[in-house]
Design a protein around this ligand. Structure first.
Ligand code: MN3
Length: 210
């Protein structure tokens, strides 16, 4: 189900709340999707409620065509459209099926980072180093894979990058199961990455450079 325009709805997960057990617990998935993401959706809808011109913009346009937004709404839209975009991207990028990178993405990871294991090490270090709340990303910038981090609900698309995978490192993503131990969360989360989805996203990102 896609829902790119106002009114935004909380599209269901493409898997069961318990599908990511034992890595991501069912209770966290309920709270994270049904409460945290819902709050961003509600706040975004409320910011757009009386703005018919903005209601014609897609979620991605709200984040990237920011000069079309009135100044008074720029922050609230950046934070809440960002919260919707980032959470949907995070949830869609996980799966209960264990997988590994393959195809062109696997080749690009080896070329850029040396090996898959080295990539995981680097990605882990960036995710653990995020100060406060934010996300770590594998993304394409200028036709190359990069690992980067964003603060709060900033999005890579607003920074000119094309995202492949992300880990939400806000504490609400892991506190119930891992308390304050972000490293334990990362080591669980890496088992949930939907690599076939990542590969599809990578191919779409690279089309922009062909
Ligand atoms: Mn979150």
């Amino acid at each position: 189900m896609t829902n790119s325009y106002y009114p935004f709805i909380n599209t269901p997960l493409s898997y069961d709340y318990s599908a990511l057990e034992p890595y991501i617990d069912t209770c966290t998935m309920h709270l994270h999707h049904d409460r945290h993401l819902q709050t961003y959706i509600d706040h975004l809808n409320s910011a757009l409620k009386d703005e018919p011109e903005l209601q014609t913009l897609s979620l991605e346009q709200l984040l990237t065509d920011t000069n079309r937004l009135p100044h008074r709404l720029q922050t609230v839209i950046k934070n809440n459209a960002g919260g919707v975009y980032n959470h949907r991207f995070y949830f869609d990028g996980m799966s209960g099926q264990l997988s590994r990178p393959s195809g062109e993405l696997s080749v690009a990871i080896d070329r850029q980072f040396g090996s898959f294991d080295r990539f995981i090490q680097l990605f882990r270090a960036i995710a653990l180093a995020v100060f406060g709340s934010g996300y770590a990303w594998l993304a394409v910038r200028d036709g190359r894979l990069i690992i980067t981090a964003t603060a709060n609900q900033d999005t890579p698309i607003a920074l000119g990058m094309c995202p492949i995978i992300c880990i939400d490192v806000w504490e609400h993503a892991y506190y119930l199961k891992h308390q304050n131990v972000r490293a334990g969360y990362f080591d669980d989360w890496i088992n949930t990455v939907n690599w076939p989805m990542a590969e599809q996203r990578f191919e779409e990102c690279m089309l922009k450079y062909k």
